[in-house]
Ligand binder design. Structure first.
Ligand SMILES: Nc1ncnc2c1ncn2[C@@H]1O[C@H](COP(=O)(O)OP(=O)(O)OP(=O)(O)O)[C@@H](O)[C@H]1O
Ligand SMILES: [Mg+2]
Length: 321
């Protein structure tokens, strides 16, 4: 797999230009085009971001992310309604256009990542409004999953933890909608964790976004991908935890730790990401895809743009050009 990932380095999808659709909104990872009829075309590019900064591209990352999100959207449709309408291409989804809620809903089952870093620094309670047991150890399973929301910062700024009390006090989300959202997030997390467990993985934590379309609340954006979630290898978790060793990760935390080891945590100039690291990270995304879906990832090498355009045209989405 490494050789085909390395060959794809020169064909990664940095951004899309689909002229007949107008200029897209560019998120850190996705290019979002408005379609008629209250729909969006969301194209996942190969852009890689960490600490809210775009750093480089990874071979096939967009396709892997989009296909994984589709897999989960279909699997969890009965748990909570989502924005997915159609899948015209492996990199693209047609979705219901929503008004996104201004908060991201993070659910955590373990003391890991930024929650652990904030806990060690003594800022967790103030930041999240949640008291954690003082005996808590790194990577320990929490007594029950917790919701630690964050703001959805404007482009270029960092998302910050926010307490439930502050969300309600500032009226960012009304109480009734907030209750529905947190209940949905917990149910989705529990469904995701159960599926992951059946595949020998631990769903450690994840981030959901919700939006409103015509008064209806929908899960939007992505779900349970290695960009939005942390996955650990279940086998050996207890042993590594007891020995104080790092868990085996299938997610972006690999990259975060690589960056932190080089002194980058989202401020100043990020380090250059060498090609070997890009290929290695891409192989982590492939591994996550294959482990979660239980199928092999058959990559279609080369420039994905002609294929995307052909597929959109076949759906009548991309008329001219
Ligand atoms: N169904 C939807 N309706 C409206 N907006 C959506 C929908 N699904 C996703 N989005 C938004 O589209 C964008 C997807 O792009 P991406 O995930 O790359 O952005 P991001 O960098 O994470 O977030 P931001 O745009 O806030 O910087 C996000 O802003 C997301 O909130
Ligand atoms: Mg996003």
């Amino acid at each position: 797999m490494h050789a085909s990932l390395a060959r794809q380095l020169s064909h990664t999808l940095r951004e899309t230009h689909l002229p007949s659709l107008g200029a897209p909104y560019q998120g850190k990872v996705r290019d979002v085009y408005e379609l008629a009829g209250g729909r969006l075309l969301i194209v996942a590019t190969d852009r890689l971001s960490a600490f809210d900064r775009i750093l480089t591209t990874l071979p096939f990352k967009g396709e892997l992310l989009s296909r994984l999100a589709v897999f989960w959207f279909e699997k969890t449709r009965d748990v909570f309604a989502n924005h997915l309408l159609d899948v015209p291409d492996p990199n693209a989804m047609v979705c219901s256009a929503c008004r996104p809620l201004p908060v991201e809903v993070v659910v955590r089952g373990y003391a890991a990542g930024s929650l652990w870093r904030d806990h060690v620094a003594g800022r967790a309670e103030a930041a999240y409004g949640i008291r954690l047991p003082s005996s808590l150890k790194k990577d320990e399973k929490l007594p029950a999953p917790i919701v630690t929301p964050s703001t959805k910062a404007p482009k270029g700024e960092h998302d910050l933890p926010i307490s439930e009390a502050e969300i309600l006090a500032r009226g960012l989300v009304g109480r009734k909608v907030w209750e529905e959202v947190t209940e949905a997030a917990r149910a989705l997390f529990s469904a995701g964790a159960a599926w992951a467990a059946a595949r020998g993985l631990i769903l450690v934590d994840t981030k959901y976004e919700f939006g409103l379309a015509g008064g209806r609340l929908l899960l939007i954006d992505e779900i349970h991908t290695p960009d939005s979630s942390r996955f650990w290898e279940a086998e050996g978790y207890e042993r590594r935890f007891a020995a104080g060793e790092e868990q085996r990760m299938l997610d972006k935390e690999n990259l975060r730790q690589w960056l932190l080891a080089r002194g980058f945590s989202g401020h100043g100039d990020p380090p250059e990401i060498p090609d070997e690291v890009r290929v290695d990270l891409a192989s982590k995304y492939v591994a996550a895809f294959e482990r979660i879906t239980g199928g092999a990832f058959e990559a279609s090498p080369g420039d994905p743009v002609p294929r995307i355009e052909r597929n959109l045209r076949a759906r009548g989405i991309f008329g001219k050009g």
